[in-house]
Design a binder for this molecule. Sequence first.
Ligand code: PLP
Length: 456
Amino acid sequence: MDQLTDLLVRAAEQAAAYRASLADRQVAATADPAAVRAAFGGRMPAGPTAPEKVLDELLAAAEGGLVATAGPRFFGFVIGGALASATAADVLAAGWDQCAFNAVLAPAASAAEETAGGWLKELLGIPASASVGFVTGAQAANTVGLAAARHHVLAEAGWDVERKGLHGAPRVRVIAGEERHATVDRSLRLLGFGSDVVEPVRADANGAIDVDDLARVLAAGPSGPTIVCLQAGNVNTGACDDLHAACDLIHRHGGWAHVDGAFGLWAAVSPSTRPLVDGVELADSWGCDGHKWLNVPYDSAFAFCSRPDVHVAAMSYTASYLTGSGTVPGVSDYTAESSRRARGFAVWAALRELGRDGMADLVERNCRLARRFADGLAEAGIEVVNDVVLNQVLVSFGDDARTDEVIDAIQRDGTCWMGGTTWRGRRLMRISVSNVATTDADVDRSVAAILRIAGA
Ligand SMILES: *Cc1c(COP(=O)(O)O)cnc(C)c1O
């Protein structure tokens, strides 16, 4: 075999061996950050190193610093695992080294995004006429969706924001729930609105938007350019805004409704959770992650827009040297990137591997396992703070200091990994079940470890 073949085979074998180890591996990194930095450290080499040696060095340096986020007992953040076909597709994407700019430069990458984009709309309940851009994460998806919103509401007011920017523009109202994800504020910063622009809307008991308060906020300010950012899947509680009622209200006020549905939009795939996102089709733009609940490797997300013309007007550019540019939109005209990784292969593969039923089963199973967590802990007298409507569970072990202590001890123990949060003034432990590999046994083993550590 030639050198590249040897290297790829070795890399693939090592990656597969690592993945096989995840079922029993300690979840947290085994080395401390300083040791990992030291392992990667050293001087910039003056001369070349043989590729086989570089790979060996990388394997050795990374070993202690890998966190088993792809494994079945990582319940921090909202992470998701990585399906086999999607992982292999990403290996090919690197090997093929396609630049997913447009159909002239990368016909296969473009076609994969187009087809997978259609399947995604079907699964998520987004109108087939919507456009989609494959982006890095929900952060980027929200930025693209809100850029489309900015274009549209200002164009309606006779202002070309792409040419003139925001200096001297009509004022745009931006309304969002008080429990919006922090990335929404960063998107607003990047778009020149600033985070102070947000007119907050109160949340209900479980963290979804209070629709009566949305009506109050809408009515309290001037009509004119208005963007409202809704949410499907509160990152703490999993609660989903009442999209039907909210979109109706927003449209009656002539506003644009964007939905941050990083993981919660996937509720649409199962009949049991579908009511949580009833009315999803009424929104104007949507952001959703692939690397969370769809279980494709990092990074992968989708920015949808009900108006492809608006989407392209907000994001596209042309240059004379770019063949195929400026005629029909290329896949990159729906994103903020120009040269792009071919993310569509892994998404296409994941959707084919699961099928509609497999995706519904994944969401249902993860939700059932989140309830299993909540029940197991509650039975032992531990307080479950949220209404477990989706895949997120919030837990208190008493006062803030005690809860932080238990979280820290769980992370050090290594059986499973949970993170902390502050929700409504209390320190709480977050459990997010979003990995295709997680089983009943993984949850039971994790509950047992938590109870042992908490001394319950
Ligand atoms: C994770 C998340 C984001 C940010 O997504 P990235 O994939 O990290 O960019 C935004 N909104 C919500 C609700 C999320 O859960």
